[in-house]
Design a protein around this ligand. Sequence first.
Ligand SMILES: C/C=C(\C)C(=O)SCCNC(=O)CCNC(=O)[C@H](O)C(C)(C)COP(=O)(O)OP(=O)(O)OC[C@H]1O[C@@H](n2cnc3c(N)ncnc32)[C@H](O)[C@@H]1OP(=O)(O)O
Length: 715
Amino acid sequence: MAQYTRISGSVGLITLKNPPVNALSAVVRQGIVDSVERALGEPEVKCLVICGQSGKFCGGADIREFGKKMTGPPLIPVFHAIEAAAKPVVAAIEGIALGGGLELALGCHYRIAHSKAKLGLPEVTLGLLPAAAGSQRLPRLIGVPAALDLITTGRHVTAAEALQLGIVDQVTDHNTVDAAVKFALSVAGQSLDARRISTFPCPRLSNLDAVFEAAMQKVRQAARGAIAPIACVQAVRAAATLPYAQGLEREKELMATLFTSGQARALQYSFFAQRAVGRWSMPSGARWDTSKPKPIRKAAVIGLGTMGRGITVGLAQAGLSVVAVETQEKQLMEAKQAVSGMLERGAKKRGVSPPLGNISYSSNIKTVGDVDLVIEAVFEDMALKKEVFQQLSAVCRPGTFLCTNTSGLDIDDLASQTPNPELVVGMHFFAPAHVMKLLEVVYGPRSSPQAVATAMQLGKVIGKVSVAVGNCQGFVGNRMLSPYLSQANFLLEEGATPEFVDQVLEEFGFAMGAFRMSDLSGLDVGWRVRKAAGLVVPGQPARMRQGCRYSPLGDLLCEQGRFGQKTGSGWYQYDKPGSRVAKPDPWLHSFLEEYRTRHGLVARRIDHQEVLERCLYSLINEGFRILEEGIAAGPEDIDVIYVLGYSWPRHRGGPMFYADMVGLTRVLERLEFYHQAHPDVPSLQPCNLLRKLVASGSPPIHRWREVIKKVHSQL
Ligand SMILES: C/C=C(\C)C(=O)SCCNC(=O)CCNC(=O)[C@H](O)C(C)(C)COP(=O)(O)OP(=O)(O)OC[C@H]1O[C@@H](n2cnc3c(N)ncnc32)[C@H](O)[C@@H]1OP(=O)(O)O
């Protein structure tokens, strides 16, 4: 609702009340209209202030209403009614003014913001554009280049930047509503002619075409197929070239296209999925709302390689005390220098001082005796990790949580090295660990709900989106990647080139195709894992392992010392080791031809559809297996992992959402087709859960959990 009160006799105060973010639901919109009307009708009222309850101005349109039947007044006439008011209306912005929230403020005559407030038009991140006249008012207020930046990126700006840009009129460190009331009284009675943004001409640009061309090129490059950023540029162009009323029409047209697009649905699903993963549950019945995390004040990181350094930075930046341990003195010194540099650069960006004092460095593992939680981040080698866990068990005080940063090793095996396996969880960080948003929190069969809750909470504290998943080879992300990469390799055996496979996957929206990504990660990483699993038999490139098709192509490249970017060659060639520009490699093409001849394989023409379907559907099929086994609690967990950790295009929601969009029947049919053609590839055999979902009439993704529950209860 929107509550109307009178303060100081002559100020009408409208307070938006719709927890948690005062979103502009139908009731709130109606409340604003009624309150403005009432205030304008009361002769004693000289001015109005609009604020939000609980220190939050407004989080924008109510996203939960999207896709439902529209009720209540639309936003544009509500904002026009405010702008047309004959009494000054001041927005008192505390906390957030986002999307429709900022558009509401732009409809007001003045804006006062608290110094800690964040403002922005993030509609683009939901597959939309600021279509409550924001795309038309903001360029008129702050000019085209600044508006293009804000609208196409959706970035939030601080109150200080908003003041500099001219979005707000005043910033206060004190009570924002008091400041706004005082301000409103000071301008009451003054002419409002120059305060109605919709009447402003858009500031002229001599190089208008060049500015828009450059903006379009920039968004096309960054968008990876997303359409909203392009529509945002078009809407701002309308503001710059058309009268306000016509610009609004264009905004409406563009919005209509976006609103009904699958991309907006995917992005909105992704928004809620990222919040839903916080409400985790385990097959044991343990849940987020019944498991209390322990507060972590002091943590230790063991092993200061690339991952350990990033984790240390993340913890220190979040204000935790960190003991950073590296047993080799020389590496410890190098790490200290590197971590300090990362902290200094980060602090400079944020305009704060670097939290160097939060970290104490040590070469002695015994110094971690008084920490609340340890994150072991040594080399990905089980024997080494076991040794470290044994040492930790001896030196840590009772009750210390022991976490391992691993991308796939068995958490339970590691936990068995300690007398308290319930305190052990996996924390799978993604590189660079202080930047990447994703954290897979991996529970073993003996991890306590409190250990999981604590790791999930710590993830939140350090700014990660944490997803709780069960223990299995590769956990969720890497386990699903395995059939995807296998298919990419099989396609090469059958006649494709790395360039073609990557092109198809990049056109789909991945930042990098399977081969460019493997070259970046380093081919030796998977090779080492395959060797440890006994899959690599030197000198014998047989194409079968344990009765299933196997491609030794990656192993053969590694045997040649081709580890990817770091060695200057892998699936591609590079100018020099470390160079990032991948070039097609004639050597690789002849190598593939020789390989096919040696194995009696005849290259055939492989089309775009086959690449996409075999790579994606095998990955999706593994996702269904993961759901069936209860390794992930719901499709949202998998989708968040893929969008945040594996560059799955956000505007396609995630692999499980994509399967829902394509249609489960279609996915099932195509998997059956490919499995028939390749019966020796088990990852192409449609899994039980997928069949069950199709048999249940392919319910929409938000109802999959019901079918999954049934499958689990039948086990
Ligand atoms: C046309 C389109 C127009 C005019 C629009 O306005 S589109 C909406 C534009 N607004 C946004 O995109 C803001 C989205 N929200 C956020 O970025 C963040 O939620 C936040 C910065 C406002 C707050 O962040 P935080 O404190 O971390 O909290 P959560 O993100 O966890 O959110 C708390 C719960 O609030 C729900 N929420 C947030 N925004 C909205 C909204 N606009 N409509 C409906 N509900 C919203 C969010 O889902 C969380 O609830 P749960 O999902 O956990 O139940």
